[in-house]
Design a protein around this ligand. Structure first.
Ligand SMILES: Cc1cc2nc3c(=O)[nH]c(=O)nc-3n(C[C@H](O)[C@H](O)[C@H](O)COP(=O)(O)O)c2cc1C
Length: 169
């Protein structure tokens, strides 16, 4: 059977089917952060983080075109990633909700590049903006990693639309 024949009989994948299948890929959870033009810390919860390249060290995140602070990320020379611990589910929820200052009451520090980083994170990754692509309804932001810092602990896991924990072996 030709690939053309297969294509012609495939029904379009619905949004629900797409989400269901992608949700079967377990991820960690991170807070992507940036300073806006006024120097105010901004950030949101992301699970779209992935490493891209070792030489040079590159990572990416995908931000929806409707994300409130998308322009801040597009303008920024640096952005930060704070990888969350399993205890930090509340932080993940906080940074995914609108209508409040997400950094208020949260312990954070400035990285060497100036980006805001969450003090409780399992790891920090500071990135210099490297490339940006628009793909469908998201921007793909590729960052060159300029600094990392890791701590001990267990990660917050996101799977099938829910938070989860790594099970001990
Ligand atoms: C676990 C989790 C992972 C998320 N991952 C992403 C992501 O990778 N990219 C994205 O644009 N939004 C992601 N979101 C949604 C954003 O955190 C946020 O809710 C959304 O951008 C709306 O907020 P805002 O427009 O005020 O920034 C995620 C939310 C949750 C709870």
């Amino acid at each position: 059977m030709s690939s053309e024949g297969v294509q012609s009989r495939m029904a379009p994948v619905s949004s629900a089917e797409f989400r269901l299948a992608c949700g079967r890929f377990a991820t960690g959870v991170a807070i992507a952060s940036v300073l806006d033009r006024a120097g105010v810390p901004r950030g949101l919860t992301v699970s779209s983080f992935t490493s891209v390249s070792l030489e040079p060290p590159l990572v990416l995140i995908c931000l929806g075109h409707a994300v409130t602070n998308l322009e801040d990320f597009r303008d920024a020379r640096h952005f930060g990633l704070s990888i969350l611990r399993q205890e930090d589910r509340d932080i993940s929820t906080r940074f995914a909700q609108k209508g409040h200052d997400r950094f208020e009451g949260v312990s954070w520090l400035r990285g060497e590049t100036g980006v805001p980083l969450l003090a409780s994170a399992l790891a920090f990754i500071e990135c210099a903006a490297h490339q940006r692509f628009s793909a469908g309804d998201h921007d793909i932001l590729v960052g060159e990693v300029v600094r990392t810092c890791v701590a001990d602990g267990a990660p917050l896991v996101y799977y099938a639309g829910r938070y989860a924990r790594l099970a001990p072996e």
